[in-house]
Ligand binder design. Sequence first.
Ligand SMILES: Nc1ncnc2c1ncn2[C@@H]1O[C@H](COP(=O)(O)OP(=O)(O)OP(=O)(O)O)[C@@H](O)[C@H]1O
Ligand SMILES: [Mg+2]
Length: 243
Amino acid sequence: MKLDLHNVTKCFGATRALDALSLRIPAARVMVLIGPSGGGKSTLLRVLGGLEVPEQGTVTLNEHRLTGDPRALQAYRRRNGFVFQQFNLFPHLNARRNITLPLEKVHGHPPETARSLADQSLERFGLLDHADKLPSQLSGGQQQRVGIARAIAFSPEVLFLDEPTSALDPEMTAEVLELIQELAEAGQDIILSTHEMGFARAVADEVAFVCSGKIEESGAPQTLFGAPVSPVCQRFFSRVMRY
Ligand SMILES: Nc1ncnc2c1ncn2[C@@H]1O[C@H](COP(=O)(O)OP(=O)(O)OP(=O)(O)O)[C@@H](O)[C@H]1O
Ligand SMILES: [Mg+2]
């Protein structure tokens, strides 16, 4: 995928969550956003995914120039998949139905096709045995994997993941990170935010450090982690890598 953000500003009241942010990535399979809490990662993901409309600036993802037009935004959102920190599964529906429902209602697939796509997706992630369970009967890692299975069931152009492992313990984190890595290797374009620096380094082909609503520094993971230029990044790494 390629992306181009120019002078993007997004405010919430008096807070400038994104502050004239610019970023050009000519080609990447997996783009990872890192940086301090409150820096603007989630807001940037939401803007890139068409879930928030910036007050200023231009956003182009692949060939799509995002506008504020509600119909165009809705069509754009439907082409992409989203997974958030909290699992966002429907609590009263079993794993399979959590996947078939949006396939039917949002993407217009007939029930048989939806079921077959859902089962393919569940099987791919080793979840078919859990298809009939409610979210409350699944572990956190399994719930998050169902969330990812749901997001990729309709083959999204880009998969957006906002801190997909932050609510998980280390073992479940590993389980979800492996799945994301596998999707990336299979050719899925992914934009994700994470606090897992080891994972960011392993999976990304582009990393952007987001801080105070701007891109402080961006580049290949070897460069950004190995020899960051910005003192802000250096300080951040020296703190988060210490423990
Ligand atoms: N819906 C909202 N209403 C008001 N302020 C918001 C909203 N969303 C984000 N903000 C503010 O915008 C800034 C950026 O927030 P954002 O959630 O993008 O940061 P983040 O980098 O994702 O942080 P974290 O690592 O903690 O998830 C913060 O100051 C936050 O308080
Ligand atoms: Mg966030």
